[in-house]
Design a protein around this ligand. Structure first.
Ligand code: ACM
Length: 271
């Protein structure tokens, strides 16, 4: 399977510029699955929720999604992309799985990071694995990496590849994803943007270093921090079906959930 990512630097608020850049780049690739960054077309550092409202789109009526669908159709490609989603009177930090026939799944970020909690509504769709042929992909967004439950649930649902659109500003995630891939024996494609969002209310710098990690926790490829990088590479997703970690241990089968009851009982953020 040919998988990859496109690491780039969206220009804040300039959806058509960012879309043209991505479409042009994707027109030159031959791949089965490409992952784009979080909030890939609007940029990240919103002033407030009112500003999100001016840019968010309903994926069902979105010229951005239409353009991405036609490139998927032309190239027989699947994309996982961050998307600033409007759904009636709600606004989500979402990721879309788009194929040749259009949107196949929407994931809405369930762990909002820092000021995102002021701009977006909490994700309200259960984690779900989707198929591309016989390969199963799970989607999470950026800060979800801090919560190992997310990767674990996707792995328990049978995910072979975790698609992870990101806009990382801290330095911990890339290294931590090696562990997520080891403890679940899955692949992960973390696509992170780079550059700055320079806004009147402050500046944010994003850390790039997009990467692909194999099921043993091995780093297959990591981009540099501050440059465009389009990666396409061949992987064997079926390697993620082998969950053994010693001759006598498997990472999912050998769990002892009867000793993990606090995971169910302790209430986190209100639903
Ligand atoms: C993040 O979740 N964008 C850090």
């Amino acid at each position: 399977m040919q998988i990859g990512f496109y690491q780039y630097r969206p220009v804040f608020g300039n959806v058509s510029h960012n879309l043209n850049k991505v479409v042009k780049k994707l027109s030159a690739v031959q791949a089965d699955l490409i992952v784009l960054p979080e909030l890939a077309f609007t940029g990240y550092y919103f002033r407030d929720r009112a500003e999100v409202k001016t840019m968010a789109e309903d994926p069902g009526k979105s010229t951005t999604v239409d353009a991405l669908t036609s490139i998927c159709k032309k190239k027989k490609l699947h994309l996982v992309t961050g998307f600033t989603e409007k759904a009636k009177d709600k606004y989500f930090n979402s990721a879309l799985l788009i194929g040749p026939k259009g949107v196949e799944h929407i994931y809405r970020k369930i762990h909002l990071f820092n000021e995102e909690t002021k701009w977006f509504d909490d994700g309200d769709i259960p984690l779900q694995v989707n198929r591309i042929g016989n390969v199963r992909i799970g989607i999470m967004i950026c800060f979800d990496w801090v919560f190992p439950e997310v990767t674990r649930v996707l792995a328990l649902q049978g995910a072979d590849i975790i698609c992870h659109p990101s806009n990382l500003v801290l330095g911990y995630c890339q290294q931590t994803m090696l562990t997520r891939c080891l403890e679940n024996k899955v692949y992960a494609i973390t696509t992170n943007r780079y550059g700055y969002d320079k806004r009147p209310h402050g500046n944010l710098r994003f850390t790039g270093r997009s990467q692909v990690v194999a099921p043993g926790g091995t780093l297959i490829y990591r981009a540099k921090s501050q440059c465009d990088d389009l990666l396409v590479m061949d992987i064997d997703p079926m390697l993620a079906r082998d969950k053994s970690i010693t001759p006598l241990n498997e990472v999912l089968r050998d769990r002892r959930p009867q000793y993990y009851s606090e995971l169910n009982l302790k209430q986190g953020r209100k639903p």
